[in-house]
Ligand binder design. Structure first.
Ligand code: ZN
Length: 94
């Protein structure tokens, strides 16, 4: 699945509800999910399946926020296609 296809899938599932909620409140949900990822990262021993789910949730909330703000994540990712956006290095030499 491409980043574009993922963003479209999240739009198909959640866009209407997320649009009704609006950007400010949706952003707080996103931050809450980042917090859940943080908790999962700190857990010992790590549960890879749960970590994977939290990464999926954070990615989904990021995608929905991008959609609400008219941003294509696929286009955004292209900023890194040629290496570090500042020094163009891969790896970064900044
Ligand atoms: Zn750099």
């Amino acid at each position: 699945m491409t980043i574009e296809a993922f963003q479209k899938q999240i739009e198909d599932i959640y866009y209407t509800r997320d649009a009704e909620r609006g950007v400010p409140l949706t952003f707080t949900w996103f931050v809450e999910e980042v917090g859940e990822l943080a908790k999962e990262i700190r857990k010992q021993p790590q549960d890879i399946a749960r970590l994977r789910e939290e990464f999926a949730d954070v990615f989904a909330w990021l995608a929905t926020l991008a959609s609400l703000l008219g941003i294509s994540l696929e286009d955004a990712a292209k900023i890194y296609a040629e290496g570090c956006p500042k020094c163009s290095g891969t790896p970064c030499r900044c």
